[in-house]
Design a protein. Structure first.
Length: 563
């Protein structure tokens, strides 16, 4: 190692001096100028990174250690030692430098040539015989020689550790990312399962989406890496080979697909008895209505009858044959060919167009494509002529509520005959409780009353269903007096057109998991957070109305404590 400067310039550059046999196989390819074998005394070939320091062919370099001057006769690519560019000398220059060093050090035999290493090609017996013939020499592999470079092993160890941790961290991030995506599609999966979609189809669909996302992201990433590589200075020790790039991309795709396998759901480990001692037979053509309050088991019963759930005990017979114990493929065929569902509210697959929605079940059943297309055309031309077959993700806006005029009143005098809904800002100590449903939204705890239900009874039920909590106290602070323009109420039993929605705050105690009635909102998270965090989450989802209610409740509660 030494330091050189262009003649007449004070700028210093650290370089490594190399000499190789000009006729040997170690000679690098010269990309510009004279090859090494044609070098004359006083001429050198240098690495291209020196061009960024103003070095060009014909530049005279001055060695600060020996005072010798060399004229640049050519350039080579990617030749460095310990991150320093290499300067290649011919044998005469090398021997002259060695002689000068020995003279200054008072070493004998100053004219004897000294070489740092002798490189040979060979393996197995040739290497063994060479080691035996030269007992005072050490024969090592190329990789061992590279590892012996000062600082190389330590540097590579640190880099490899960082790369390994990046792979591990990426695996966790990808798994969480695809888990969240899967959660957001829970309702869609439920619809597809209900109409008889097989698990293999759903798994293949999710895997294909993840593969497309992963490959697309990798393409963008590779383009960005190549862009940055093109603008990095040549002296920057960065090189990304095709094999390394391909291996990295393959590993990321594998980790993405592996991460998608963890996108599963649990019931929280809580075992509940929903239906017990149910004995019912429905004849062909018979119409049966099942009635009961929220959480009474209506949806669970329909899910069992529709082969979506299997009871822990008993039998379910369809046309006299049991559907219990069938494998997932056979039970999917039962739902597809023998059973049908009409959902309480319209449920569309948001990424399918109208004609694709109509053809979905027939396509899953393997119906001929021409028959499907003909039937879809018939439906759209005769029964649904007002619909655009290309329309998605929604056919129209909701008409449940009509136009509602609401007036917020700060009071606690309640007319029970007008109450339709009740909500709460729940507190646990000095913190508030928030919950998230399966569409990813954070919501305000509470809901619509059941027929004949008092608002306090309804609030206790809602708090247990949505939060898994016991209501301890409740302080009503406001009412929304609403007037709806709809021709009928969104539920037959609630007051109409004038109805009242109550809101207050209170203390709760988290005692278990949310009950998650099958026909209600499915809760995926319940958290106790600071008031600022709760407000932030609602505002991030543009739910400023809920954020303001949490802020108001917190202020009123703090004020009441001071009083």
């Amino acid at each position: 190692m030494t330091t050189v400067s262009p003649a007449g310039d004070t700028k210093k550059v650290d370089v490594a001096l190399f000499m190789v046999n000009p006729e040997g196989w170690l000679v690098p390819t010269v990309t510009e100028g004279s090859p090494i074998k044609d070098l004359k005394n006083g001429q050198v070939v240098v690495d291209h990174t020196l061009s960024e320091d103003g070095v060009k062919i014909g530049t005279v370099l001055v060695d600060k250690a020996s005072g010798r001057e060399w004229t640049v006769a050519g350039f080579v690519q990617n030749e460095s030692y310990s991150h320093s560019p290499v300067v290649f000398l011919n044998e005469q220059e090398w021997l002259a430098i060695q002689a000068g060093l020995r003279t200054s050090q008072g070493t004998a035999d100053s004219n004897a040539p000294v070489y740092s290493a002798i490189a040979i090609k060979g393996a197995g017996e040739k290497v063994d015989s060479l080691g035996a013939a030269l007992p005072k020499t050490e024969v090592i592999t190329k990789s061992d020689a590279v590892s012996a470079i000062p600082g190389y092993k330590e540097e590579q160890g640190s880099l490899l550790m960082m790369i390994a941790f990046l792979y591990v961290i990426s695996a966790f991030v990808l798994a969480v990312f695809f888990y969240v995506i899967t959660i957001q599609k829970t309702s869609q999966f439920g619809i597809l399962k209900a109409i008889g979609t097989r698990n293999a189809y759903l798994a293949g669909s999710v895997s294909l989406q993840i593969l497309v996302l992963s490959v697309g992201s990798l393409v963008i990433s590779v383009l960005l890496v190549q862009l940055f590589e093109s603008i990095l200075p040549a002296s920057m020790p960065f090189q990304l080979g095709l094999s390394t790039l391909a291996l990295t991309c393959a590993l990321f795709v594998i980790m993405s697909m592996a991460g998608s396998l963890f996108s599963t759901f649990e019931d929280g480990g809580v075992r509940r008895t929903i239906l017990d001692k149910l004995d019912l037979e429905v004849a062909e053509g018979e119409l049966v209505a099942v009635m009961g309050p929220s959480g009474s088991g209506k949806s669970t019963f329909l899910s069992i009858a529709g082969a979506l759930l299997e009871p822990t005990k008993g039998q379910v017979l369809l046309d006299g044959a049991s559907i219990m114990g069938k494998n997932t493929q056979d039970i999917s065929d039962v739902r597809l060919q023998q059973l049908g569902f009409i959902f309480q509210s319209a449920n569309l697959i948001p990424y399918l167009k109208v004609e694709e929605q109509l053809a979905l079940v027939a396509r899953l059943a393997g119906t001929d494509k021409n028959k499907i297309a003909k039937r879809v055309d018939e439906l759209l031309d005769t029964k649904m002529e007002t619909l655009d077959r290309e329309q998605f993700p929604a056919l129209s806006t909701s008409i449940h509520w009509g136009i509602v005029e609401a007036e917020f009143r700060l009071n606690d005098i309640v007319d029970e005959t007008l109450v339709s809904n009740v909500s709460i800002i729940p507190f646990v100590g000095e913190q508030v409780v928030v919950f998230q449903i399966d569409n990813g939204k954070w919501e305000l705890p509470g809901g619509t009353l059941e027929p004949g239900e008092k608002y306090m009874d309804g609030l206790q039920r809602e708090v247990m269903e949505e939060l898994g909590a016991k209501l301890l106290t409740y302080q009503l602070f406001g009412q929304f007096h609403c007037m709806s323009s709809a021709s009928e109420p969104y539920r037959a039993y609630i007051p109409h057109p004038h109805f009242v929605r109550l809101i207050g705050y209170g203390e709760v105690e988290l005692v278990g998991q949310p009950l998650d009635p099958v026909d209600g909102e499915q809760v995926i998270a319940v958290e106790v957070v600071e008031i600022d965090e709760a407000i932030k989450r609602f505002e991030e989802q543009n739910r400023y109305d809920i954020a303001e209610m949490y802020q108001l409740a917190y202020m009123l509660r703090e004020g009441s404590k001071r009083e």
